[in-house]
Write a protein that binds this ligand. Structure first.
Ligand SMILES: [Cu+2]
Length: 294
């Protein structure tokens, strides 16, 4: 592979954008899927007029880092459009916009936000308290909540797919995969692993699906969640994760919560390099029904 091709490969593999595209203005787009060509990595949409840019029309788009097989003709979609070259456009934040599902999530986000406000000044949830209530999309675009997993243990953390720091999100995801495998090998059952994106505007279900597929993640009990910005900000605050914008991306801390079968926070682990042995112990039958004394 020559250098240029290798560079291009890296760009495609990480979903990172050339600087010009990264700083190009974004335009909100709403449209309907006409066809999908995952091989050519192109989705054809009939989009509504985009004020000051173009009238309604049928058009082909690239959507870097997005798993296009997540889309089907006839779906109503939303995205942010940006110019990559003269007359050539790409999409970011491409997602199915089902009005009914969006309402469900907005409603839940409002409740979560109100709950966060009501908890001021002590928003953070301690070990032993109930985990915050949320409703989000998984990487398949299905609506999930903690109730979806009631009766199971949940290991929950926060990551984002564009994270440029290998020792942070990438390491945290690798650790989640490791504990998922270790738990299975030890016959520990009823455990769900959830990673909520702290960058939901970029990490759509289709981007998360792509992220999981690129890492060969077994999604039978490891899901990636995203949803309304306000819901995610509330969840982060209640989980005690600090996130600040930084050069178009995010600086953040990492925490991992273990939630028991009744929805209570049983334990938490700080940083990306938590002790797998200690987590396995926490998930063992002997530790059931207890919370960490910290
Ligand atoms: Cu990160």
């Amino acid at each position: 592979m020559n250098l240029l091709r290798r560079l291009l490969f890296v760009v495609l593999a990480t979903g990172a954008l050339p600087l010009a595209a990264a700083t190009a203005p974004r335009h909100e787009l709403t449209g309907k899927v006409l066809s999908v060509d995952p091989e050519r990595r192109v989705i054809r949409l009939h989009h509504e007029p985009i004020a000051g840019l173009m009238p309604e029309m049928a058009m082909d788009f690239a959507a870097p880092g997005t798993d296009l097989s997540a889309f089907q003709p006839g779906q109503r979609v939303k995205a942010r459009l940006y110019a990559v070259d003269k007359g050539e456009y790409a999409l970011e934040g491409l997602r199915v916009a089902d009005a009914e599902q969006e309402n469900l999530l907005e409603e839940a986000a409002f409740m979560l936000q109100s709950d966060t406000a009501a908890r001021e000044p002590h928003v953070f949830r301690e070990i032993g308290e109930d985990a915050p209530y949320f409703k989000l999309y998984n990487q398949r675009g299905e609506v999930v909540s903690l109730e979806t997993y009631r009766g199971q243990r949940v290991v929950l953390n926060f990551i984002f797919t564009r994270c440029p720091v290998p020792t942070m999100c990438a390491a945290a995801t690798a650790r989640m995969m490791e504990i998922q495998q270790q738990a299975r090998l030890r016959g520990l059952r009823d455990i769900q692993f959830l990673s909520v994106s702290l960058d939901p505007a970029y990490d759509t279900p289709a981007v998360l699906r792509s992220y999981a597929a690129a890492r060969g993640i077994d999604t039978t009990n490891f899901s990636f969640l995203t949803g309304p910005e306000v819901a995610v900000r509330s969840l982060l605050a209640q989980a005690g994760v600090f996130v600040v914008p930084s050069a178009g991306l995010w600086n953040h801390t990492i925490s991992t919560l273990v939630i028991d079968r009744t929805g209570r926070i049983a334990d938490r682990y700080e940083g990306a390099n938590w002790d797998i042995g200690a987590m396995l112990q926490r998930l063992s039958p002997e530790a059931e029904g207890t919370t960490a004394a910290r």
